[in-house]
Each structure stands twice: as C-alpha cells, then as structure tokens.
Design a protein around this ligand. Structure first.
Ligand code: DC
Length: 230
C-alpha cells in the first residue's frame, strides 16, 4: 500500500506525541518528534550560555548553529527514535521545565527554524512518516495527505504535564507548569515566523474528554478513510 504523510500539530501537551507514536507503530511508519529538535537546540544554547533567565544572545547562537548536529536513533526497547545532540542522547535532558521555559524563544529564531525544517523535510521525503509539532501541516509538509490539529484546555494540558514531570521525579509546582503552558501557547501562536495555526485542511481533535483508547479509535477511523480514498 502507498505510504502517506501524517502531520500532527497543536498546542503543547495536547497529546500529539502519544497519538503520533501509536499511529507510527500501528502503520509501521517512522515517528519524528519535531519539538524534540527545538528542545535539543535549546539545551545547546543553555549549555553554551547563549540563553539564561536574563538574556538571549541570538547572534551568538546563530553563529554557532553549524556546530549543532541533531539526529534520531531508534530505540528498540522504547519503540521510538530518541533525539541526539552532537552524538549525545539528550532525550531525558530536554524534557525539563527549564528547557520548556526557554524553548519557545529559541524556536522563534528564523535561522533555527530554517535549519530544523530542512532536516524535517529530509526525514519525511519518502513518506511513511508521522511528524508532530507546530508547523508540520502548514510549513514542513503542506501537502501531507492527513493533517490533524490537537486541542485541549490549558488546565487539562497543564495537569497532564504536571503529572508527567512528577512521575519523572522533578519537583514542580502545578501553577508554574500552567504558567509555562500558557506562556508557550502565547509565544508559539504569535511569533512572526511560522506561528502555530491550524492548517485550513486539518481535522481538529479536542481530546479534553477523550480517553487514550477513544482518541486512538477516532483517529484510526480517519486514517483508514484517507488510506481507502488513496
Ligand atoms: O512539542 P514540544 O512541546 O516538545 O515543543 C517544544 C517547543 O518547540 C514548543 O513550545 C514550540 C517549538 N516547536 C516549534 O516551534 N515548531 C515545531 N514544529 C515543534 C515545536
């Protein structure tokens, strides 16, 4: 059967990666977490002190972008590809609230986006890919056969994220997680370059009140229809 491209966009913590991984496993497609790439560049910027609580040296980061190599390696045990920064597995280090607090600023830099979008297009050139992010259906794969736009209330998303961080052993306060979710919503949807918007032809899925199984069944129905129509 001919493979398609599935683009999944939406605000942070709307469960994009969960449904993307489920679909990729079910269809035997490659899953690419584009947010992990922006997080990895952010980690690099933090380590090199280009970004901290008080300042962001955009020129400094841009001048060193050539040194930043982002790649993915499939982890058989986990069943998905983990992100690597200059050969180091940074999958765990990029999920902290600290990285989350800087990532939207880094993701607003045009040169960063250019570099990562070009890698993303390359990863999806043979189709058979499920990619999630903010601009996948609008910029990276505007011709994707299926585009989903995930939504849920900010409170629902902050609760999910809070529980995830607690489970990892991070000491976080719910109000700070909610604040981060709301700030990122604002920054991601108002930035000049490739803001988060729903593509005209995307199907919106509000999962505030859907269980994981209900969501998967609903999305699978949509996927099967697209595959049948092809
Ligand atoms: O999906 P995530 O929360 O891990 O993404 C982290 C940040 O990266 C998010 O706040 C916005 C940015 N991002 C982006 O600008 N474009 C993408 N395609 C993916 C993520």
């Amino acid at each position: 059967m001919n493979k398609i491209t599935i683009a999944i966009d939406g605000f942070s913590s709307t469960g994009k990666s969960t449904i993307a991984k489920q679909l990729a496993n079910y269809l035997g497609y490659v899953y690419v977490d584009s947010g992990a790439m922006y997080r990895a560049v952010t980690l690099y910027a933090m380590r090199e002190d280009f970004i901290n609580d008080n300042s962001f040296n955009v020129e400094g980061l841009v001048s060193r972008l050539e040194e930043v190599a982002i790649s993915f390696l499939f982890n058989e045990t986990l069943g998905f590809a983990e992100v690597y920064l200059n050969g180091e597995n940074v999958e765990a280090s990029i999920r902290t609230l600290e990285v989350s607090s800087f990532v939207s600023k880094v993701a607003a830099v045009t040169e960063v986006r250019k570099k990562l979008v070009s890698i993303q297009k390359q990863l999806g050139k043979d189709k058979g890919v499920v990619m999630d992010g903010r601009d996948i259906g609008t910029v990276v794969f505007p011709d994707a056969e299926l585009k989903l736009f995930m939504t849920a209330s900010a409170q629902t998303r902050a609760e999910r994220r809070y529980l995830e961080l607690l489970e990892r052993g991070d000491k976080v306060v719910y109000e700070n997680v909610l604040k981060n979710v709301q700030e990122r919503d604002y920054l991601d949807s108002t930035r000049k370059d490739s803001p988060l918007v729903k593509a005209e032809d995307a199907i919106e899925i509000d999962n505030s009140h859907l269980s994981l199984k209900e969501q998967f069944d609903k999305v699978l129905n949509i996927v099967n229809k697209v595959l049948e129509d092809k």
